[in-house]
Design a binder for this molecule. Structure first.
Ligand code: C2E
Ligand code: MG
Ligand code: MG
Length: 654
């Protein structure tokens, strides 16, 4: 294609050529007209001829007068003389004068002729007075040849001038021809250029359309798997639900895909995603109107038209089974789990986008409650989300309004039955929703980042409150992984200890093993920093979650807190007891104390007695209470009367 800049320049050049040609042409036409005009003016030959006739007539009449003496002849001769004089006067103006002045010889010849003719003035004023007419006739005779001579010169000049003008005209004609050819050529070239440009424009237009089509394809498809992407899914419009069928959306998310990526690398992860996509495509093959899209990362969505809820659930389970079968990648077998959420159209919710949000909700819920299953959407799920949002908003000001306070649950030495410590547990009294469990709001605060604020407040308040308790009582505060990762814990704890005056040895911090799954190196650094300042670190909820024994060797725990789930069926469950015993043996080796959580009955204490457990915590010894109440409990336990402590605020019992 001709570059546009070139094209523009070429057109400009052609237009300039056309313009110049037109101007030149006009000038040539003007020149030709001038030449023709000049040719008229320079036709002097016949002017010269006139004089010759008059001179001859004069001579004829003069001769006849000399012979016959008729007065009419004298008159005619005199008249012709006057005419000749007038003629000579008229010669010396205009075109003929130009001819005369064109050469000194012409001028001289003419002047001589004029002098000659004028010399007869007296004689031709009255011929009857002339003495010798034959002598006059004789004297007049050279006038004719003199006129002839000048006439001949004029003719020669006229001929050569005519030739000159003809030549000019021929030349102009040629130039004109060239110009016409140039004009025609330039016009033709312009036409060709326009046609060419038109063609390349048409081609460019087609290219642009192809590019746009391609772009729209790329914009609507996932580059890795080739599946439609989120854009395509959002733009999906139902082309009419088939009779007797309902629209269903299945949201799918792979379990532990991040681990696969981190362990085997992204290239491997990509290969896995491509194969998952292929299986999903195969799963919907032959299902009219069905669509599968990749929403991003390891998230997929399937849209289908089942007849019943049962059929939908069955299909979702089949899809889940399909994609969790082993994959062949790089010559090895790999399996990956997946969790699904299913939402079905009903009277209120029928469009794909709403269903997608519902399916997502169901999938998230299933991820938490039962990984690897198909979660079904129901209205309570949405209520749960709404409550979560409400709590998240309310959390922002909860501390400022004094709605969140620590309550304390006692920890008891199982041998002596004496209270040795307390655990600070956050309590939130919401003005409208009532008491909200930390099991509910702590994860929300962690997800929204507000845990840092709450956690700091809990540490500061627990340190202050601990100063109201006997000085052999330690206080345990729970730490969230987010708090540790944010890196201000050491500073916060130091400030809280300094501000309250609590010795570091009386503070204990509890973390769950989940903290070690995030960034073990960083977490251990922080924990060691705390420990080096004399603060004891306890591993909370031990035995739940992943319980990798490697967590026991990576850090020197001061305390292991055995989760209350091990106590639940302790009476019938000898296995639970065996596990507790095993943990105790390990803890002893590691130099850590053991606390058993969730002791609710004397029977449990009895069973634990033989295991050699150090400390117990549970409803049997006391529920979490406000500081004033727990202080009273401790003092009573020691046989001391409870006195109001300075600085104690009366807080409500949770
Ligand atoms: P946790 O640290 O394991 O706390 C023990 C939980 O067990 C407390 O629940 C306590 O009330 C409950 N519990 C104690 N004894 C018994 C018993 O005999 N039977 C039963 N069924 N339960 C018992 P709570 O107060 O609801 O706290 C739940 C979790 O919330 C805590 O588990 C802890 O992980 C978290 N949490 C509480 N306060 C804070 C806090 O200030 N910061 C952080 N990061 N987490 C907190
Ligand atoms: Mg705890
Ligand atoms: Mg616990």
């Amino acid at each position: 294609m001709l570059p546009l800049a070139w094209f523009r320049q070429l057109v400009l050049v052609i237009v300039a050529v056309l313009g110049i040609s037109a101007v030149l042409h006009a000038r040539v036409v003007q020149d030709s007209a001038d030449a023709v005009g000049r040719s008229m003016r320079f036709d002097v030959s016949w002017i010269g001829a006139h004089g010759r006739i008059e001179a001859a007539q004069l001579e004829v009449h003069l001769a006849r007068y000399a012979a016959l003496r008729l007065p009419a002849d004298a008159e005619s001769a005199e008249l012709y003389y006057q005419i000749l004089l007038g003629r000579l006067d008229s010669w010396d103006v205009g075109g003929y004068r130009e001819f005369l002045d064109s050469s000194p010889a012409n001028r001289e010849t003419f002047d001589r002729l004029r002098l000659l003719v004028e010399s007869f003035e007296a004689e031709f004023s009255d011929l009857s007075q002339v003495e010798s007419l034959p002598a006059l006739l004789e004297a007049w005779r050279p006038v004719g040849p003199a006129i002839d001579q000048i006439g001949a010169e004029a003719t020669t000049s006229a001929v050569s001038k005519a030739a000159e003008i003809r030549e000019t005209l021929t030349e102009r004609q040629a130039v004109q021809n060239y110009l016409v050819v140039t004009l025609l050529g330039a016009g033709l070239l312009l036409l060709v250029l326009l046609l060419l440009q038109n063609r390349s424009l048409r081609r460019a237009h087609a290219d642009a359309r192809r590019a746009a089509d391609n772009f729209s394809y790329v914009a609507r498809h996932d580059s890795l798997t080739g599946l439609p992407n989120r854009n395509a899914f959002v733009a999906y419009e139902e082309s009419g639900v088939p009779n007797g069928k309902r629209l269903a959306v299945i949201a799918l998310d792979l379990d532990g895909f991040k681990l696969v990526n981190d362990t085997w690398g992204h290239v491997f992860g990509d290969k896995l995603l491509v194969q998952v996509a292929q299986r999903l495509e195969a799963a919907i093959r032959g299902k009219p109107g069905a669509l599968v899209a990749r929403l991003g990362g390891d998230e997929f969505v399937v849209l289908t038209y089942p007849r019943t809820a049962r059929e939908a659930k069955g299909f979702a389970e089949k899809v889940l089974a399909d994609i969790t079968r082993p994959y062949d990648i790089d010559g090895g077998k790999v399996t990956i789990g997946a969790t699904a959420g299913l939402a079905l159209a009903d009277d209120q919710r029928w469009d794909a986008m709403t269903l997608m949000a519902d399916a997502d909700l169901a999938q998230n819920e299933a991820k938490v409650s039962k990984k690897g299953s198909v979660g079904l959407y129901n209205a309570t799920l949405r209520q749960g989300v709404e409550r979560r949002l409400r709590l998240e908003n309310a959390l922002r000001d909860a501390i400022g309004r004094g709605e969140i306070v620590p309550n304390y649950q006692v920890q008891v030495d199982l041998r002596s039955n004496a209270i040795v410590g307390v655990e600070a547990l956050a309590r939130w009294q919401h003005p409208e929703l009532g008491s909200v469990s930390p099991a509910e709001f702590i994860p929300i605060a962690e997800a929204s980042g507000q845990i840092a604020h709450i956690g700091r407040y809990m540490i500061e308040q627990a340190c202050r409150d601990a100063m109201l308790l006997p000085d052999d009582i330690h206080v345990a505060v729970n730490l969230s992984v987010i708090q540790i990762m944010q890196g201000e814990v050491i500073e916060t704890v130091e400030n809280a200890l300094r501000a309250s005056g609590l010795p570091a040895q009386r503070l204990k911090l509890e973390v769950t093993e989940s903290v070690l799954m995030v960034n073990p190196k960083r977490v251990i650094e922080v924990l060691e920093g705390l420990r080096s300042r004399g603060i004891a670190i306890a591993l909370d909820d031990f035995g739940t979650g992943f319980s990798s024994l490697s967590y026991l060797s990576t850090f020197r725990w001061d305390e292991l807190k055995i989760d209350r789930s091990f106590l639940q069926n302790l009476d019938e469950d000898t296995l639970g007891l065996a596990i507790i015993q095993a943990i105790l043996v390990m803890a002893k080796e590691l130099g850590a104390k053991v606390i058993v959580e969730g002791i609710e009955s004397p029977k449990q204490v009895q069973l634990l007695e033989h295991t050699g457990c150090d400390i117990g915590q549970g409803f049997l010894f006391g529920r979490p209470e406000p500081i004033a109440a727990v202080r009273a409990t401790i003092l009573k336990d020691r046989g001391l009367a409870s006195q109001p402590a300075v600085g104690t605020t009366d807080q409500e019992t949770a």
